[in-house]
Design a protein around this ligand. Structure first.
Ligand SMILES: Cc1cc2nc3c(=O)[nH]c(=O)nc-3n(C[C@H](O)[C@H](O)[C@H](O)COP(=O)(O)OP(=O)(O)OC[C@H]3O[C@@H](n4cnc5c(N)ncnc54)[C@H](O)[C@@H]3O)c2cc1C
Length: 416
């Protein structure tokens, strides 16, 4: 069914009883051309573009839980392409362009809101670094504006400009950045992939990868063996576990990241703001709650829940720039598992096991990458060749030294 204003009216008049299911609930077939492990944003987008762009329809997405139960439904919804390094800025800008057309493409309201993202700076040195990044963005054709303190004040009057410890001196604004309704992205891609013949199989955990010599031939799952010509992993925080199944030791650590939502209040913040002297990012949802997050919890874990010291740390970051937050009650908090690489950049690659492909290492920022990741991963799986936009996202860079260390902090995944 095509969604439209007319359809909404028609279904409304019929008591909303005529809406079909958004995707089928098929039994797994004995074999597929491509099996994708992980029904998060990246796995679903990959399946969608495999069918849509490459005509590969015999595809299954195997999800151990439910669609949207992973990080795709747990993130703070921020999208942007405000990167310094060439490979990153080009890749994330491709994602931004896909976000901009996504609702029309998927015929689904993913609530793409280009409300801007402003990174605050608090020292001369930081201003210079942000100006450099803004210049790099503009050279790559990406929108960036350096704002002084007065311009930031006009944008977000509620910020604490008089803070003696972290004075707000200005900000780097990407006007086209913003937010996208996270789980609508999962649902939209799932619906689009299903309509093109992809089987989305929930409650189906991959427990083993079967091979014949140096070639993959299928996956062992909690619902039996499924044969596949190609197997592609897109399991985010569980990438190292899937790597283990094929004997790959990856430069990835899994960490917990928490997110928080306050009670709803009247419009306070109509852009996304990030703190430059600590790690804190905040936006206001359409329901009025402040949605925010900060640093990782700081220890390795596969548990999707966080600890109290990290909460306090994040709140302290928030209070430093937005003290009005202290008057709000926190409604909800949750955690997700982040696959942090040693240089903070992702990995999208083929492997020595023929027919086995890997997509992971998304760190803090994998949601904004979703459309480009799916686009490029589908290209790699369908053609066997890396898309030009992901030529740098290799595993080899960790042995050759060609790292993509955007923050310049070295092999410290907990601060990437
Ligand atoms: C609190 C938080 C805030 C964040 N905020 C942002 C943000 O504002 N902006 C941004 O760009 N990014 C953000 N991120 C990061 C972003 O959410 C992730 O990088 C991205 O969603 C990961 O890709 P995914 O959607 O495919 O992952 P997921 O949704 O986690 O998908 C992976 C799926 O694989 C499944 N799986 C795992 N193992 C198996 C198996 N063996 N068999 C079958 N299925 C399996 C999992 O159940 C899961 O559903 C945030 C993350 C968190 C946790």
């Amino acid at each position: 069914m095509r969604y439209s204003g007319w359809q909404l009216l028609k279904q409304g008049l019929g008591g909303h009883r005529g809406w079909p299911r958004m995707w089928r609930d098929p039994e797994p077939k004995p074999d597929y051309d491509v099996v994708i492990i992980g029904g998060g944003g990246h796995g679903l987008a990959t399946a969608y573009y495999l069918a849509r762009e490459h005509g590969v329809h015999r595809v299954a997405v195997l999800e151990k839980g439910w669609i949207g139960g992973g990080n795709v439904g747990r993130n703070t919804t921020i999208v942007r392409s405000n990167y310094l390094l060439g490979p990153n800025v080009r890749f994330y800008e491709h994602a931004m362009r896909l976000w901009e057309g996504l609702e029309q493409e998927l015929n689904f309201n993913t609530m793409v809101s280009q409300r801007g993202v402003v990174n605050l700076f608090h020292s001369d040195a930081q201003r210079d670094a942000f100006a450099r990044r803004g210049n790099a963005m503009r050279l790559a054709g990406v929108d960036a504006e350096l704002l002084d303190a007065d311009e930031v004040r006009q944008l977000v009057p509620a910020l604490d400009f008089a803070n003696a410890r972290f004075p707000i001196m200005g900000g780097l604004l990407q006007p086209r950045g913003g937010t996208v309704r996270h789980d609508a992205v999962a649902w939209g891609y799932a619906r689009g992939a299903d309509a093109r013949g992809v089987d989305i199989i929930q409650n189906c955990e991959v427990t083993g990868i079967r091979r014949d010599g140096d070639r993959v031939i299928g996956v062992e799952t909690s619902r039996g063996f499924i044969a596949a010509g190609k197997v592609a992993s897109a399991v985010a925080g569980n990438t190292s576990r899937i790597g283990e199944l094929v004997g790959l030791r990856l430069p990835i650590e899994s960490h917990v990241l928490q997110a928080f939502v306050t009670e709803g209040v009247k419009p306070l913040l109509d852009t996304v703001v990030t703190f430059g002297a600590g790690h804190f990012y905040v936006s206001q949802s359409d329901k009025g709650g402040l949605v925010f997050g900060g640093d990782l919890d700081g220890y390795n874990s596969y548990a999707q829940r966080g600890n109290l010291p990290a909460m306090e740390h994040v709140m302290a970051g928030g209070m430093a720039i937005l003290p009005v937050m202290g008057r709000l009650r926190l409604l909800r908090q949750w955690g997700g598992v982040m696959d942090m690489t040693m240089d903070g950049s992702p990995i999208i690659t083929g492997t020595d096991l023929r027919g086995f492909y890997l997509n992971g290492g998304w760190c803090y920022g994998g949601f904004k990458a979703t459309p480009a990741s799916g686009w490029c991963f589908a290209h790699l799986i369908a053609t066997g060749q890396p898309h030009p936009l992901i030529e740098s996202f290799t595993l080899e860079r960790f042995s050759s030294g060609h790292l993509l260390d955007e923050k310049g902090v070295g092999p410290n995944p907990w601060i990437q």
